[in-house]
Design a protein around this ligand. Structure first.
Ligand code: ADP
Ligand code: MG
Length: 698
């Protein structure tokens, strides 16, 4: 038995069961060993209060007094009357669905074998009936014969509970895990961590840690095991990014920038406002990067409404001043279109040629754009990911800007990465990345932060209210000349169904507000329709925009002062924050009204957080804690930031240790070529091939 042995050859599994393991992405013995418990139950005797009337897990050992089988209509019931070690009598009940099968099947066969009179057994269960205080009644979840040696895997200990798929039980799974830990495969589990670090951090060896994470003998042992496994995960990822960073640092650009100001100065003069100090600082950082010898790879994070667009525009104008082309990519057509209009407006008579390209650009227009791009007649191209398609050839593209980068899918992102690896790259996001993450994982990125909002912004009052009160707020604001958004959630992730739902709501709202001009916007409309709706709203030809979350990012209409979010608990934190950011953009006091459907606990927590703070950084960190970093950064599918053992929030100290050790490791042995680092390097390469297609390790 080796680590690479297929799971079906493990004792008791076979080809049919192996299919179930497939669903858990467990193909080999090694995969199984690294499938860590989701949680643990404390099934040590006496650990739980073991009051048969409490709601806690009940764990006890008892002697069988008698048993009884009760056939009922839809369920089969097996009862055993036990006496526990304190002399209490407990009535235990098993329920099984009646299954109609072509053959005779006794669902309690195994039970009957263990539960004969006077046998000692372990029972894990919950109290049967909350309202029944007479007698000790337990609904059984698991039960084991006390004299079986394997019983100790399941009870009388900290018991691992795995996240499984239908057809696999935790009981079986623990047996398989035990089997895998017994085989000599574990002996072959390579120690990837360099010996120096193992002793420096006093970590368990790999086989010790694996044994202990599945079947810990104590809380302390479990903690050591988790620590070791988390450290390994963090060190591997931090090192990968560290190597990537040194690689990009040595790249040299074969073009240079000069700050000429023949576009930048007139641009600033006609802009109509001064940059904030924060914007000034960030623009400087970006210009320094552009003028340096290596390609820029900078992340600009700034809260919703902090003014990232004009910063990006400055960078693009510097490229144009130097005779280069620049491209800006946005995740949605509406946003791309809006950026295009904004640029045309802000750039007015400046000799800068801007074009927009999305997947709904008509063939003839597209042909013209492609031609002019190749000839260098277009200076700035704005668009969706259509911009990175192979047919799009620039004459001299040097700067790429990616707006709301976290909204791009993983595939699009790796394509972007491919296309932009030799360019100056500026990515922008309003979903701030906590410092720890930025440090460790975006090690190849430089980060700039817009830490202030432009002056004169009015606070946004965030409140929860009923639909009716929300409508009152809308009416009040529209009557005094402002505009409003009313947003409905996506239904079942489907734009089509949502479009229908939002259309129905739109018809109702027209009756609620007969005196106002309402418009509707959803993803099923044609590009032209969307454009004209947005243009009308921006020009205040309409008062109320009823929409799906298509307007979530980027939309900028300063006269809009109310954002009503219906069924608010269906939105994630980041979405709520983004939507709220659509108002409070001008000189008027603004409102964000959350209309809950009904409140669940996480949902309520989200709504509470949104009401209590406007700080996007706090919200971002909380969001990541609630949903996990992979989900937020859009890397979940690629597995890039999925940690099995570590938790970047709870295990901050381990993370910092790993970063410190990474820095030392790479300083000593940048190519990881020393013999004691060989296995570590091999592991990195292996991981990189599987998942980390975004990291270029060679
Ligand atoms: P975001 O960072 O969310 O992308 P935008 O770039 O859309 O924010 O900017 C929000 C609004 O603030 C825009 O209307 C923009 O013109 C305006 N703005 C940006 N910078 C300033 C500034 N320094 N002073 C006043 N208004 C500004
Ligand atoms: Mg923006």
């Amino acid at each position: 038995m080796a680590l690479t042995t297929q799971i079906q050859y493990l004792k008791g599994i076979g080809p049919a069961k192996a299919k179930l393991f497939d669903r858990l992405e467990i193909a080999t013995v090694e995969d199984l060993l690294h499938y860590y418990p989701r949680t643990y139950q404390d099934r040590r005797l006496g650990a739980a209060p073991n009051e048969y009337n409490s709601d806690a897990l009940i764990v006890f050992k008892g002697r069988v007094l008698r048993t009884q089988e009760i056939p009922a209509r839809s369920v089969l019931i097996f009862k055993a009357f036990l006496e526990d070690e304190k002399g209490n009598q407990i009535e235990c009940t098993w329920f099984k669905k009646r299954m109609y099968r072509g053959f005779r099947f006794d669902p309690f066969g195994v039970l009957k074998k263990d539960f004969h009179i006077n046998n000692e057994v372990w029972v894990i269960g919950r109290r049967e009936n909350r309202n029944n205080f007479f007698g000790n009644k337990v609904t059984v979840e698991e039960a084991y014969a006390a004299d079986d040696v394997l019983t100790q895997l399941h009870v009388g200990r900290l018991t691992p509970i795995y996240a499984l798929t239908e057809g696999l039980t935790n009981k079986q799974f623990r047996l398989f895990m035990h089997e895998a830990l017994q085989t000599d495969a574990l002996m072959h589990e390579p120690e990837v961590l360099p010996p120096g670090l193992l002793s420096k951090r006093k970590l368990l060896s790999a086989p010790q840690a694996l044994k202990a994470v599945h079947f810990p003998n104590s809380m302390a042992e479990l903690e050591s095991a988790r620590r070791r496994l988390a450290y390994e995960e963090f060190l591997l990822l931090a090192t990968a990014w560290g190597i990537k960073r040194t690689q990009t640092k040595v790249l040299a650009k074969d073009y240079t920038y000069q700050i000429k100001k023949n576009l930048l100065t007139p641009f600033r003069e006609q802009l109509g406002f001064d940059f904030t100090n924060s914007q000034r600082k960030v623009i400087n950082e970006i210009f320094n990067d552009l003028c340096s010898a290596r390609p820029m790879n900078r992340l600009l994070q700034g809260d919703v409404g902090s003014g990232k667009t004009v910063v990006a525009l400055c960078a693009m104008l510097l490229a144009v001043e130097n005779g280069y082309q620049a491209a800006l990519m946005a995740p949605t057509e509406i946003l791309a279109e809006q950026h295009f209009l904004t640029f045309k407006r802000i750039l007015k008579d400046l000799p800068v040629n801007v074009a927009v390209l999305t997947s709904s650009t008509k063939a003839a227009a597209k042909k013209k754009i492609l031609k002019e791009l190749a000839e260098g007649k277009i200076n700035i191209l704005v668009g969706t990911h259509a911009v990175i398609q192979d047919a799009v050839q620039f004459k001299d593209l040097r700067l790429a800007v990616i707006d709301e980068q976290h909204r791009f899918g993983v595939k699009q992102r790796s394509k972007l990465k491919e296309k932009t690896s030799k360019l100056d790259l500026l990515t922008m996001t309003a979903t701030p990345i906590p410092r720890t993450l930025a440090l460790a994982f975006y090690g190849d990125l430089d980060v700039s932060t817009l830490s202030e909002l432009p002056p004169g912004r009015q606070p946004i009052v965030t409140e929860t209210a009923t639909s009716k009160l929300a409508c009152d707020r809308v009416r009040e604001e529209v009557q005094s000349g402002r505009q409003a958004y009313i947003v409905f959630p996506l239904i079942e992730e489907s734009e089509k169904i949502s479009a229908k739902a939002v259309t129905e709501e739109f018809e109702k709202l027209k009756k609620v507000f007969p005196q106002f001009r309402l418009a509707i916007l959803h993803g099923q409309m044609t590009q032209q329709e969307k454009e004209s709706v947005m243009a009308d709203f921006a020009a205040h030809k309409t008062d109320i925009l009823v929409a799906t979350p298509v307007i979530e990012v980027g939309i900028d209409v300063p006269n809009a002062t109310v954002m009503v979010i219906e069924n608010a608990e269906r939105f994630g934190l980041a979405s709520l924050h983004q939507l709220r950011g659509r108002v409070g953009r001008g000189q008027h006091k603004s409102y964000c009204v959350l209309v809950p459907e009904h409140a669940g606990s996480v949902a309520k927590e989200r709504v509470d957080i949104i009401c209590s703070t406007r700080d996007g950084f706090k919200i971002g960190e909380r969001d990541m804690q609630l949903r996990g970093p992979g989900e937020i950064l859009g890397t979940r599918q690629s597995g890039e930031l999925e940690f099995k053992a570590g938790d970047i929030f709870k295990d901050k100290d381990i993370l910092y240790q790993a970063i410190e050790d990474r820095d030392e490791l790479l300083a000593q042995d940048p190519a990881l070529s020393k013999p004691e680092h060989l296995l570590f390097k091999r592991k990195l390469q292996e991981l990189y091939q599987q998942n980390w297609h975004l990291i270029d390790l060679s």
